[in-house]
Design a binder for this molecule. Structure first.
Ligand code: ZN
Ligand code: ZN
Length: 314
C-alpha cells in the first residue's frame, strides 16, 4: 500500500500504509491505532454496544471476521460484554475446510466460544448439494445464483443461532467496500432492501439487532491490519463466486476509486443520507413483520424467503 522510501505522516518511521483519501502515510503503529480508533468511534457514534450483554460475532473465518472478533474483544470485553463467535458452514467442498481451523485457533487465543452451524444439519442439504440440484434441473429449483441461496440461508441461520444462544446483538464484518458494493447493487437492481445494509439495524422483537463496527474501514486496510496482527488467513475464493453479480460491481467501484480516491466513502455517505427517506417510502403500505407460517422467523409476507427457497428444493 505504500511506495518505497516513504515515512509516516505522523512520525519518522517507515510508512506501511498510504490512505489516498486522507493523503496520509502511516507506519505500523500509527496505522494500527488509526484502525482501532476508527472502529471505536463507529461503535460509540452509532451506539452499537449500548445496553448490550452478549454479542454473537459472525465468523466467516476470513480476515474481516478475524479483525471484527479481535477488535470487539478489545472494545467489548472490558465493558463486561460476553462474546460468542458463530460460524456458518455452508458445505462448499474445499472452501470451509481451511478456514474453520483458523477461526477455531483465533477463538481459542481470545478465549471466545465458537458455535458452528451447518446448512446440512439445518436444511438437510449443503450448498454443494443445492447447486448440484440446480445444474441437473431437478426439483423445483429456480435459476437463481448460488449467492441468493447462500445469502438468504446464511442470514436465516445467523439470526436463529443468535437467538438460540441468547445474544442481544449480531456483529457482522462488513467493511466499506462491502457497503459500497451492496448499495450500488441495490441501485442497479432497483431493490427496496436497502435497510438490510443499515450499520445498526433490526427490531429486537423480530430480527436480532445487527451491528457493523467495520463499515467505514476500507477492505485493503482491514487486510493490512490482519497481516500486522499476524492473523493466519488462507485466502480461498468461493468456487461459486463467478456466478455472482457482485464481482462486476466490485471491479467497477475499484476502478472508480483508483481514478477518484474517496469514491467508496462517497457511495457510503450517499447511502447513509438517503436510507431514512427510502425506508419511510418503502415501508408505506407495508405491514408490520409477521411470523413465517413455516419456521416462525420474521417476514413481511406469509412465508419467509428462506422457507420459500427451501420449498424450491423439494
Ligand atoms: Zn508513525
Ligand atoms: Zn420461514
Amino acid at each position: 500500500m505504500a511506495g518505497k522510501d516513504t515515512v509516516c505522516s505522523l512520525c519518522k518511521n517507515k510508512a506501511v500504509a498510504y490512505l489516498p483519501y486522507a493523503e496520509q502515510r502511516l507506519c505500523n503503529d500509527h496505522f494500527a491505532h488509526s484502525v482501532e480508533r476508527r472502529a471505536k468511534r463507529t461503535v460509540r457514534e452509532y451506539k452499537m454496544l449500548d445496553g448490550a450483554k452478549h454479542i454473537a460475532v459472525a465468523m466467516s473465518g476470513g480476515k474481516d471476521s478475524q479483525v471484527l472478533l479481535y477488535l470487539l474483544h478489545e472494545i467489548a470485553s472490558p465493558m463486561g460484554i460476553r462474546l460468542t463467535a458463530i460460524l456458518v458452514d455452508e458445505g462448499i467442498k474445499g472452501y470451509r475446510e481451511k478456514v474453520i481451523p483458523e477461526a477455531k485457533s483465533l477463538c481459542k487465543e481470545l478465549k471466545v466460544p465458537l458455535k458452528i452451524v451447518t446448512f446440512k444439519r439445518s436444511f438437510k442439504r449443503s450448498l454443494d448439494d443445492i447447486m448440484k440440484l440446480k445444474r441437473k434441473g431437478e426439483g423445483n429449483l429456480r435459476q437463481e445464483a448460488s449467492c441468493t441461496y447462500c445469502g438468504v440461508l446464511r442470514r436465516w441461520l445467523l439470526n436463529k443461532a443468535t437467538k438460540e444462544i441468547g445474544a442481544d446483538r449480531l456483529a457482522l464484518g462488513h467493511n466499506l467496500d462491502d457497503m459500497a458494493q451492496s448499495y450500488m447493487m441495490n441501485m442497479l437492481r432497483n431493490e427496496q432492501s436497502l435497510m438490510r445494509l443499515n450499520p445498526v439495524g433490526g427490531d429486537a422483537e423480530a430480527f436480532v439487532m445487527r451491528i457493523r463496527p467495520l463499515f467505514r474501514i476500507p477492505e485493503k486496510e482491514i487486510a493490512l491490519y490482519a497481516v500486522l496482527k499476524g492473523f493466519k488467513s488462507t485466502f480461498v475464493e468461493c468456487p461459486y463466486v463467478v456466478e455472482g453479480f457482485r464481482p462486476y460491481v466490485r471491479g467497477f467501484i475499484n476502478d472508480l476509486e483508483s481514478k477518484y480516491p474517496g469514491t467508496k466513502f462517497k457511495l457510503l455517505n450517499s447511502y447513509l443520507s438517503t436510507k431514512d427517506a427510502i425506508s419511510v417510502a418503502a415501508s408505506k403500505g407495508k405491514r408490520a413483520p409477521n411470523s413465517c407460517g413455516k419456521c416462525g422467523e420474521p417476514t413481511s409476507g406469509k412465508i419467509c424467503k428462506c422457507c420459500e427457497l427451501i420449498e424450491t428444493l423439494k
